[in-house]
Design a binder for this molecule. Sequence first.
Ligand code: NAD
Length: 547
Amino acid sequence: MLSRVIRSRSYKIVVPSTQFLRLKSSVTLSSTVNSYPTDHTNANVEPYVTPSFVDNKFFKSDSKEWFDIHDPATNYVVSKVPQSTPQELEDAIASAAKAFPIWKEYSIIKRQGIAFKFVQLLRENMDRIASVIVLEQGKTFVDAQGDVTRGLQVAEAACNITNDLKGETLEVSTDMETKMIREPLGVVASICPFNFPAMVPLWSLPLILVTGNTAVVKPSERVPGAAIIIAQLAAEAGVPAGVLNIVHGKHDTVNKLIEDPRIKALTFVGGDKAGKYIYEKGTSLGKRVQANLGAKNHLVVLPDSNKQQFVNAINGAAFGAAGQRCMAISVLVTVGKTKEWVNDIVEDAKLLKVGSGFDPASDLGPLINSGSLVKSHEIIEDSVKNGATLALDGRGYKPADERFSKGNFLGPTVLTNVKPGQRAYDEEIFAPVLSVVNVETIDEAIELINANKYGNGVSIFTSSGSSAQYFTKRIDVGQVGVNVPIPVPLPMFSFTGSRGSFLGDLNFYGKSGVTFLTKPKTITASWKSNLIDEEILKPSTSMPVQQ
Ligand code: NAD
């Protein structure tokens, strides 16, 4: 490819001179570190264009196909995001492939330095990113700050790459040593869901970069704004052109990322249908794939637990983020007399304020779209028809402020007498709906949970160490909490969802993340000293055994 050299007084910068760079008009982002949305827009405000990002440049897509991004609290269109054109997808992948050999040659200490700077910029821009999340995704501002923080923590852990990527060396024979190093794979594609617009791109991106890979990221077409800011910060931190690219769209984009031979690995987080498709197609083409899928997380409460501690925990875990967390508690398993504690949960849930994410008084915001609201209503109705009882009905909830009369709001909802076979138990609702199943013993609880197809998270509340140990040894779920309702490990460990909640062999971030993003290479070298036995210098055709 041709290169153009821009000369200035004291230095020169080589930039790729692609068709892309010549023809695309650059776009300025709609927010800055000091200027970002602090309230909802109205029908008269022109939606901003979500740009794409290739070669460290933001540009407006040439696409004829654009998707509306609605503010879930008002349903006004706040932005438009393109289905990236085939040429734009090609440009993004080509840019990442071209940058790979250059980025791979950056010393580890240089990549670490950029990661430190990236962390600093993420922290400085936290409120800016959070505000865009509130506008596009709907969660409360404090919760959106948490979304950024959990991603930031992965970026912080990635700064430890100088330790995490250390190889192994052994003198295996006289004057001969073998060292094992791990090398990057090449271009890695990351496909993200709507519910954590900052955290999920940051689950993979920092490690993709520090391990020496390059990236093509496809944020959810429903909430791309946070990923766009993250890309800007990465470039500002010193990530060179081409190392991180952002494309948009739906199936056509995903299919290109799966099929293009330059992409060596795919990281996916989202629902079961897309995840299975991407995993099966990606692995059949010989790619590494890690796919975090849907969930149904249970919390078991034993009669010996601290009741108030439990009630506080369940309300946050079930209804926070409007239940749109992959680790939200969606099933409460009451053991024995704890079924009577449901009244306390209901009374506390009634106190939660549902409303605008920009209102500091709100405890939870709206659902992502009207389709999700309709689906939740259908599941609630169907489950009630089939034997469940509505202990708290959040349907029809409208915030007092008229501006939000068209928002996708569902108040906290509690269904009791839920059983397997009812939709509320069998399906992931992804809404502030808590299904309560009552059992008589801890063994029944374990049997119920182990028979569920998902294995993302589970929690037990008890004051008995031996009951907790009995439970944690027998439960077949990847992330287990004891008196901790949402047991997502910090990123010095990995996110270890299992069974139906994960496809692949190596989990996101932590040691598994580094292993997923690198391949081992062994180098065996012999440097003979001058004092060696003459015998060894004689040629031999027998199998070397290196004693
Ligand atoms: P989704 O599967 O609809 O979308 C995820 C991504 O896949 C998006 O980028 C989307 O454009 C793409 N996509 C969707 N359908 C596709 C298809 N048929 N073919 C190819 N690509 C497709 O998921 P979502 O609704 O954005 O997110 C919610 C889901 O994500 C929930 O099921 C939730 O449990 C899950 N989730 C899981 C985890 C986890 O760690 N297990 C974390 C967050 C979210």
